[in-house]
Write a new protein. Structure first.
Length: 225
């Protein structure tokens, strides 16, 4: 880790420790992929960003979120960035981005970077958000009962909700973090009982049954900085 990287990783370290003593609640939302509609969790993101005039989706992947958000009625200018070659993106590298956006979305990217790289990515993404705009982050939950680093061999780092919230809050942003459980709410009594037992077992081991985190980050306006 270089000195510049360490400066970002340990930025506001004691302020973050103080914030972490009294964290807010991190509500639970649901996310699923098996239907062509926005899930509960991604519907929450839609409500937060609807009305923006410009959006940049970093790590856009197969552009599922863009497609489903536009299907629901999102009309913003929507640009995409990804290093992949399977789809056509607006940008292939963040270094090509020279403008700012009302909303920057980054889903399932941070975990593919080490801690220094992911923190540097957060700062870069915030620099692309217009004052008063929104940054949306989605990344695995380090507290999950399933080790997020075991899901994918390219996962290098995971945040817990307190660390993610305190780091972003210490930067002067207004941040809400949600814990995301995969799958639809169970419908049958048997399925509900099974989920309750699984949640109870995870909590008894001081683990979290929620798999992902979503942070909705409001960048301060210039006058508030």
């Amino acid at each position: 880790m270089t000195e510049a990287e360490a400066n970002l990783v340990y930025l506001n370290y004691w302020k973050r420790k103080q914030l972490s003593r009294q964290p807010p609640d991190f509500p639970v939302r649901r996310h699923w992929w098996d239907v062509e509609e926005l899930s509960d969790a991604h519907g929450m993101i839609y409500e937060a960003i609807n009305g923006a005039s410009s959006i940049l989706d970093v790590g856009a992947g197969d552009m599922r979120f863009m497609r489903l958000a536009q299907k629901r009625g999102l009309s913003a200018t929507y640009h995409t960035q990804d290093i992949g070659h399977e789809f056509e993106y607006t940008y292939s590298d963040l270094s090509q981005v020279t403008r700012s956006y009302d909303v920057v979305i980054c889903m399932d990217v941070l975990e593919h970077l080490d801690v220094a790289g992911s923190v540097a990515m957060i700062h870069r993404l915030l620099s692309l958000v217009t004052p008063g705009g929104i940054l949306v982050l989605q990344t695995p939950n380090a507290n999950c009962h399933r080790n997020p680093l075991s899901w994918d061999m390219t996962h290098l780092h995971a945040y817990n909700p307190v660390d993610l919230w305190s780091y972003l809050t210490a930067l002067g942003t207004e941040t809400s973090v949600y814990r995301v459980m995969f799958g639809h709410p169970p419908a049958s009594l048997k399925a509900r009982l099974h989920e309750r037992v699984r949640i109870w077992l995870a909590e008894e081991l001081y683990l979290d049954p929620c798999h992902n985190l979503i942070a909705i980050v409001r960048k301060p306006r210039q006058a508030d900085q």
